[in-house]
Design a protein around this ligand. Structure first.
Ligand code: NAD
Ligand code: GLY
Length: 366
C-alpha cells in the first residue's frame, strides 16, 4: 500500500500529514503521544454510521479512551447553534486544556471542530482525520477554521493549526460520487494554479483515481497536500501567495450564494465553474492563451464536473445578482474585488485590477 508523509513547515507549530489507503489503522499509534484523558471524536451522522466504530477500535487498542460527539451532517452544523452544541459537549466531557480533540469528517466537521478547539479554554490541540476528498486535499490542511454567520459563509473564524492530519484515502470509497467529484475540483485547482506537470498527470490519471485506483488517489491527495503545505508554510496568514488557493472561489462563492447554498450546486462544483470562469476572464483580458483555458475546461468536463453557469440546474442566476454576491464576499478589500487569474496553466496570480465590464461579459457568455 502506498503512503506518504508531508510536513507543514511552521516552526514550533509544524505538523505532519499522513496520506495512505488504510492510514487510519495507524491512528492509535500516531495520536497516542498527543492524547491526554478522554479524547472527544467529533463526527457527523453519515460518517459515524460507517467509519466511527473502526476508529474507536483502533484508538482503544492503543489505550486511548475516546468518546464520540455526533453532529448533524451538512452546513447546518457549521453555525452558532452547532458551535453551542459542540462546545457544550466538549466542556461537559471536562476535556483537558492540554488534551486533544479529533475531527473525523468532511470540511464541515473539520472547520467546526477546529474553531471550537481554537476558542475552547483559549485553545486546545486538535487532529484532522478528513473523510471527504475536499477535506483531504484542502480544508484539513492549513489551519483555517470557521463557522458561518447569517451574513455569510466562514465569517466567524480563526487560524488554528491541527497537530496532525491523517488522510485515509480508503475512506473515500463510501463517499457519494458527487461529493468525490466536487473534491476533485480542488485537486485540479492545484495543477491549474501552480503545477502544469501535475495537471498533465491528472489528465492521464485523474479519472483512474476517481474510479478507485488507490495508488493514483494517494498520489493525487499527497501531491495536493504537498502543494498546499508549501504555500501555507510560506504564507500562513494569507498576506500574499496563499490567496492563490482561492482560484475559482470569488466566482464559485457567488454562484453558491445565488443558488441558495443548496443541492443545486455544492461547493466544489461552484469552484469548478469558478475556475473555468477565471480562465475565460484571463483569456478575455489577453492574459492567457485560449488553448490553455480550453484544455483546463476539457479536463474538468471529462471527469464529470460542470464548467459553465448554464449547466447549473434550475433558473440561471443573473449577472447583476452574481456581481452583487461577489461584492459581499470576504475577498473584497477597500471595495475592490480580488480575482485569481491565470497567465497559463500552472501560472495563477492575484489581481485587484479587473474591469467590471469584462467580468460581466464573461458571466453573461458562460
Ligand atoms: P461535508 O463536510 O459537508 O461532507 C459532505 C457530505 O459527505 C456530508 O453529508 C458528510 O456527512 C458526507 N461524508 C463525509 N465523509 C464521508 C465518507 N467517507 N463516506 C460517506 N459520506 C461522507 O463537505 P465537504 O465538502 O467535505 O466540506 C465543505 C466545507 O469545507 C464547507 O463548509 C467549506 O466552507 C469548507 N472548506 C474549508 C476550507 C478550509 O481551508 N478550512 C477549505 C475548503 C472548504
Ligand atoms: N482553502 C483556502 C485556504 O486554505 O487558504
Amino acid at each position: 500500500m502506498s503512503s506518504e508523509t508531508i510536513t507543514v513547515g511552521l516552526g514550533e507549530r509544524a505538523y505532519d500529514i499522513h496520506v495512505g489507503a488504510g492510514a487510519l489503522a495507524r491512528a492509535g499509534d500516531l495520536l497516542k503521544p498527543l492524547a491526554k484523558g478522554v479524547v472527544p471524536v467529533v463526527t457527523d451522522e453519515h460518517v459515524a454510521r460507517i467509519h466511527l466504530q473502526p476508529l474507536l477500535d483502533v484508538l482503544g487498542k492503543s489505550g486511548i479512551t475516546a468518546r464520540p460527539i455526533v453532529m448533524a451532517p451538512g452546513e447546518v452544523s457549521k453555525s452558532f447553534a452547532g458551535l453551542k452544541k459542540l462546545s457544550g459537549a466538549l466542556l461537559d466531557m471536562e476535556i483537558d486544556r492540554k488534551g486533544l480533540v479529533i475531527a473525523l469528517g468532511g470540511g464541515v466537521i473539520g472547520d467546526l471542530t477546529g474553531f471550537a478547539a481554537g476558542v475552547l479554554k483559549r485553545g486546545v490541540a486538535f487532529a484532522q482525520l478528513p473523510t471527504t476528498l475536499l477535506a483531504q486535499v484542502d480544508s484539513s490542511v492549513g489551519g483555517k477554521t470557521a463557522i458561518n454567520a447569517p451574513q455569510g459563509k466562514n465569517l466567524i473564524g480563526l487560524f488554528h493549526q491541527p497537530r496532525i492530519v491523517i488522510a485515509d484515502t480508503a475512506l473515500l470509497s463510501t463517499l457519494p460520487k458527487r461529493e468525490l467529484l466536487a473534491g476533485y475540483a480542488e485537486v485540479a485547482k492545484y495543477g491549474a494554479l501552480g503545477d502544469a506537470q501535475f495537471f498533465e498527470w491528472l489528465e492521464v490519471n485523474g479519472a483512474r483515481a476517481l474510479a478507485g485506483n488507490s495508488a493514483a488517489m494517494v498520489k493525487a491527495v499527497a501531491h495536493s497536500c504537498k502543494m498546499k503545505a508549501d504555500i501555507v508554510a510560506r504564507d500562513e496568514r494569507e498576506t500574499g501567495e496563499r490567496a492563490l488557493l482561492n482560484l475559482g472561489h470569488t466566482f464559485g462563492h457567488a454562484l453558491e450564494a445565488t443558488t441558495g447554498f443548496s443541492d443545486r450546486l455544492i461547493h466544489g462544483e461552484g469552484v469548478a465553474i469558478g475556475m473555468a470562469l477565471a480562465f475565460r476572464l484571463s483569456v478575455k483580458l489577453g492574459l492567457c492563451a485560449g488553448q490553455d483555458a480550453e484544455r483546463f475546461i476539457r479536463h474538468i468536463k471529462a471527469v464529470g464536473l460542470p464548467a459553465s453557469i448554464a449547466g447549473i440546474p434550475g433558473s440561471r442566476p443573473g449577472t447583476d445578482e452574481l456581481v452583487a454576491a461577489m461584492a459581499h464576499d470576504k475577498k473584497v478589500t477597500d471595495g475592490k474585488l480580488t480575482f485569481i487569474l491565470l497567465k497559463g496553466l500552472g501560472q495563477a496570480f492575484v489581481t485587484r485590477d479587473v474591469p467590471l465590464d469584462a467580468v460581466k461579459l464573461v458571466l453573461t457568455e458562460s
